[in-house]
Design a protein around this ligand. Sequence first.
Ligand code: GLU
Length: 476
Amino acid sequence: MPSVRTRIAPSPTGDPHVGTAYVALVNYCFARKHGGEFVLRIEDTDQARSTAESERAILDALHWCGLTWDEGPDVGGPHGPYRQSERSSIYREYADKLLAGGYAFKCFCTPQRLEEMRAVQRASAQPSRYDGHCLSYTPEEVARREAAGQPYVIRMRVPDEGVIVVDDLRRGPIEFDYKSVDMQVLVKSDGLPTYHLANVVDDHLMEITHVIRGEEWVSSAPKHLLLYSYFGWQPPEFVHLPLLRNPDKSKLSKRRNPTGILFYERMGYLPEALINFLGLLANATREGEDELMDLTALVRRFELEHIPVGGPVFDVAKLDWLNGRYIRERLDAASFVRRVEEWAVSPERLTKIAQLAAPRIERLSDLAPLLAFLFSGRLALRAEDFKNVKLDAPEMREAFTLALREFDALPAWNVFGIEDVLKRIAQTLGKKGRDLARPFYVAITGSTTSIPLYDSMELLGRDIVRERLRGALEVV
Ligand code: GLU
């Protein structure tokens, strides 16, 4: 077995995030640097939120970044299946082992009882933690309830006293009081595992040696470590990476900034510039070193020890500068043309655009003004652009704000979903669909005559649309 096996384990519940590319890149570099292997595993235990489109988009986006993996749902491998939804029977077997060993127990508490328990804990400012109620049941009582068909979940046991220490390779030992560790649900009442059980079982069975993931998982690490000890397994090394930050040090969040990989793709960043940029966030250059470097160079100079412990700043100005350098210094005329073609007019995209534009033009030269918004980044909108619309400024602000939220929550980005959202907003505001559409038209296309609104939005992609709505909110 190679000495190093790392993994990226995305949950397919939304658009591919730059943070996922960052964590994937670090895992990729570490594995490649040590001649190890890099695995991609889909963590779709949240069946209600996971979608096949999101999975495809994440894989495509990581490929677009130039990353490849040795094992995964698309390439196979000896430790498959690599999609957790296809591994249910494996988790069940391991949950049974925990039950048999007394490391886990069946919990019959109703949602109502749990809510009452939490209310009491809140009122006395205690941490929210399962109180162990069902631990007092005798085996006969458990059997009786099961036979009566009472639904139950399986929870892990957590010692009442003492501390557990997570040894993070980058941060050093982090101590957790058992009192702050919840008796986590491992198997839900539908028999499917939660993230925690599936994650630990898979990391073990897939022989992962280093779990390198975002710092939002630090608080899960004590539970995971306990599970490793219950199973009698050697835990992997853990590294929790700091979250990417905005220049003002706040957490990079899609509510405030574009965080989707597709946004950067549609804005016309080159994948090698984006990956170079993310690589520098993980390992900054030293005195005199050129910041422009490809993936091979990033791997060569990668050091886990050099990853900053404080959150690296996602500074778009720096990305712009790097991207410009790639365009000027790394693309010859032929490859530049090829890139422009790929970006602007892939055959599939061009077909769609041409079909939408044809009914609305008289000369081919009408195309550029009609379609310029599709090939632009941010639009230079002014308050006057919105003067001939039937909504006043507070109504427009409300409409755009609602749309930002609802678009974010749409499971799939297509004309149907977009239309539903706008119809709902028109209803909420008591406006006619047509009157509502107009300010959106201006916000998205910068003009009042263009190709149909919903198609335009679909073509632009969710992140660009949200960015333009944010831009419109700044001027209305
Ligand atoms: N599925 C988790 C995520 O979406 C993976 C966390 C981990 O790497 O353990 O980030």
